[in-house]
Design a protein around this ligand. Structure first.
Ligand SMILES: [Zn+2]
Length: 460
């Protein structure tokens, strides 16, 4: 009895000692780590910007915690051509960033279903361009939805209105992104890095940018954010270092500025881009920059759908990185052509002198298909705005036949119309020799701007 009591007290003392040593040991690590963090935060913020410092330490702490992770983090960069759609899965939780073009809706819905998705905890429409929110209404209509995040900016397009309608019909509310806010998807944590301003000249800069941490791995998703937004993110002093960077704006020269790329310093880059697209994406400048930094690049035009899997320690891909080829089409023409509404005040620093070269769409809602004469094979496009608009890269689509006409360098004067003809009919611009409309009963025409946004639909 006595012996048993003595043994018990000894055991108790032993456990007490052990726990004290253990605690102080962990405390030491914490302090040591905390000091390192503090130094790192100071280094990050020596430009005097303190915002985001707490975020930094918080994020970094979660990055170390790899032992308690459940399952893997799977990131699918869907092959939606010249568009973005990214499905993120973690231990039964799902999240979608963007939903491709309108035409991708069935593919995306089917892909998500095949991955066992029934509910999307979070849906992000990075910005209101069609190549990002095109299929969002179909996604919202099909799946159970947790929260929908969209930047506080609207668009006149039918695509955008369709998304709002889908949100309203499901009694959902749009969550406006607040920079620095964090959310959990299973054991993964994501934080909003942008947009940091309330108004921009370019819709792309409204893009919701997030950083995702899973164990020691991290991803940065940029939407179509351009150099201006990148600079704002840098100023906030976030820890941007990430394993994977989803390259902004399909590899356009207007994104992925040198300072931003160096801050993220990714092990891998992913570009969502369509084969032989009309925009010259990815741009030579971006590809050269990635090559110079020895960053392997995975591209949807080369791989199809790209799947990255993280176990919290390392990331594996389902395909091989490509070479650093860039689009031959439009590399020196489309992107550098003069276009309407280019604002010079968006040039930030020497890194992106060549950056602000792409067509703005501020006036796009004012350009319409005023008539389709199906017998005469004539489409009339009218510029209802008060500014001359260069239609270079704009497209007319014959929906039924899925035929398209891409405008050459052509300035449509304010208030003027232009006739685009097919079937050897006389006109201002020639679509081609063959008949497009074929006197058909029902064949809607769609007009897209050079960013691929549906700006007008002609119903018949
Ligand atoms: Zn885009």
């Amino acid at each position: 009895m006595k012996f048993k009591r003595a043994f018990l007290s000894l055991l108790l003392i032993f456990i007490l000692c052990l726990s004290m040593v253990g605690c102080s040991y962990i405390e030491n690590i914490k302090q040591d780590f905390g000091q390192k963090l503090a130094t790192a935060v100071q280094e990050k913020n020596n430009d005097g910007v303190n915002k985001g410092a707490s975020q930094f330490s918080e994020n970094s702490l979660t990055e170390r915690n790899t032992t308690s992770l459940n399952g893997k983090l799977i990131v699918h960069f869907l092959d939606v051509g010249q568009a973005d759609s990214i499905l993120i899965q973690q231990n039964g939780h799902n999240m979608l960033i963007d939903a491709g073009n309108n035409a991708d809706r069935n593919f995306i819905v089917k892909y998500l279903k095949n991955q066992g998705v029934k509910k999307l905890d979070y849906v992000i429409g990075t910005h209101p361009h069609e190549d990002h929110i095109g299929g969002l209404d179909a996604v919202i209509n099909t799946f159970e939805i947790g929260s929908v995040f969209m930047p506080k900016v609207s668009s006149n397009t039918k695509t955008f209105k369709d998304v709002l309608l889908a949100i309203r019909n499901k009694n959902l509310k749009i969550t406006t992104p607040v920079v620095g806010s964090s959310y959990n998807l299973g054991d993964e944590k994501w934080t909003i890095l942008a947009p940091n301003s309330s108004s921009y000249d370019d819709l792309n800069d409204y893009s919701i940018v997030i950083k995702m941490n899973f164990g020691k791995n991290s991803f940065v998703f940029t939407g179509d954010a351009e150099a201006l937004s990148e600079q704002e993110i840098l100023k906030k002093g976030f820890d941007l270092k990430a394993d994977v960077l989803k390259i902004g704006h399909h590899g356009s020269s207007s994104s992925t500025s040198d300072t931003f790329l160096k801050s993220v310093s990714p092990e891998y880059a992913v570009i969502s881009v369509g084969k032989d697209n009309d925009y010259g994406h990815p741009h030579k400048i971006t590809m050269d920059r990635l090559k110079a930094n020895n960053i392997p690049v995975y591209r949807t035009d080369e791989c199809g759908t790209i799947i990255a899997a993280s176990d919290g320690e390392k990331i594996t891909f389902n395909c091989k990185p490509g070479d650093y080829s860039y689009s031959g089409i439009g590399t020196n023409t489309t992107q550098n052509s003069s276009s309407n509404n280019i604002s010079s005040n968006n040039v930030i620093n020497s890194d992106n002198k060549a950056a602000k070269t792409e067509t703005k769409t501020n006036n796009s809602a004012n350009v319409i298909i005023s008539n389709i004469d199906k017998k005469g094979e004539i489409v009339t496009i009218t510029n209802k705005s008060s500014k001359d608009i260069n239609l270079k890269g704009w497209k007319i689509i014959s929906v039924r036949g899925n035929q398209q006409y891409v405008f050459p360098d052509y300035v449509l004067k304010a208030g003027a119309s232009v006739k685009v003809t097919s079937g050897n009919k006389p006109g201002d611009l020639i679509w081609g020799e063959g008949n497009v409309w074929n006197n058909s009963q029902s064949d809607p025409g769609e007009l897209y701007d050079s960013n691929g946004n549906l700006v007008y639909k002609y119903e018949d």
